[in-house]
Design a protein around this ligand. Structure first.
Ligand code: ADP
Ligand code: MG
Length: 246
């Protein structure tokens, strides 16, 4: 089943397009790593996929419905890039954040015992059950990412869209985080991951999509490593280690 379909999508905040004629489909169970230099349109592309922007040209569909009109939000777990900013002033606990994942299922906001049990189970899956009563703002970056994934799991999402989730997360937690994503994908979760660590994408994702406003590559990691797409997308004078992690 196709989860995401972009057909010839173009979009710009101003007259100059940030996304140029991109076509892309992501099917159920895939693990796609989306890479590209800073400002290349990765976050914008995710927002087009999620229906948070409308394409200027072309069409975007989520689970076969126009992305802009998609209502079954619980099916998609989205962890935005500026998640830390979003939660700075929220005096709520981890358990409450995760329970929010149940809201689309709970009639008129009535949370049942079963909803609470599903939230607990989600916290257990991501390994932070012991932090349930902690304020979300007190968590480390890595723990917070897990909390947001737990929220998606509690909502029974089958597509996870993650925008640079490992920024500001310590190296050890990053390894564990990629292990968690692998396990979720093994269980059938579709994953679309924007990640600056290209080496990690090549190691974990089943497919690499590389863009810089337009699409430079879409295919298996092995083929990406052998292609010149990285140099073309990032500029030929890019020096590895300077802004690019590989
Ligand atoms: P990436 O996630 O790859 O770093 P973005 O999608 O955030 O790239 O940004 C792509 C381009 O669009 C950049 O030039 C950025 O400055 C611009 N941009 C992003 N968001 C906005 C916005 N809300 N309004 C105007 N320009 C924006
Ligand atoms: Mg971004």
């Amino acid at each position: 089943m196709t989860h995401i379909a972009l057909e010839n999508v173009s979009f710009g905040y101003t007259a100059s397009p940030v996304i140029r004629d991109i076509s892309l489909t992501v099917d159920s169970g895939e693990y796609v790593g989306l890479i590209g230099p800073n400002g290349s349109g990765k976050s914008t592309l995710l927002r087009l996929i999620l229906g948070l922007h409308d394409p200027d040209d072309g069409t975007a569909t989520l689970f076969g419905q126009p992305a802009g009109a998609f209502v079954d939000r619980a099916r998609v777990g989205y962890v935005a890039q500026d998640v830390t900013e979003n939660t700075k002033r929220m005096p709520i606990t981890v358990a409450e954040v995760v329970l929010m994942g149940r809201f689309p299922h709970a009639g008129f906001g009535r949370i049942t015992t079963e909803d609470r049990e599903l939230a607990r189970e989600a916290l257990r899956t991501v390994g932070i059950e012991h932090l349930a009563d902690r304020r979300i703002t007190k968590l480390s970056g890595g723990q917070r990412q897990r909390a947001y994934i737990a929220r998606a799991l509690a909502g029974e999402a089958d597509l996870l869209v993650l925008d640079e989730p490992t920024v500001g997360v310590d190296a050890e937690s990053v390894d564990a985080f990629f292990g968690l994503l692998d396990a979720l994908n093994d269980d059938g979760m579709t994953i679309l991951l924007v990640e600056h660590d290209i080496g990690a994408v090549l190691e974990h994702a089943g497919r690499v999509v590389c863009l810089n406003r337009e699409l430079y590559f879409d295919g298996p990691p092995v083929e990406f490593a052998e292609s010149d797409a990285l140099d073309r997308a990032y500029g030929t004078n890019v020096r590895r280690g300077e802004g690019v992690t590989i």
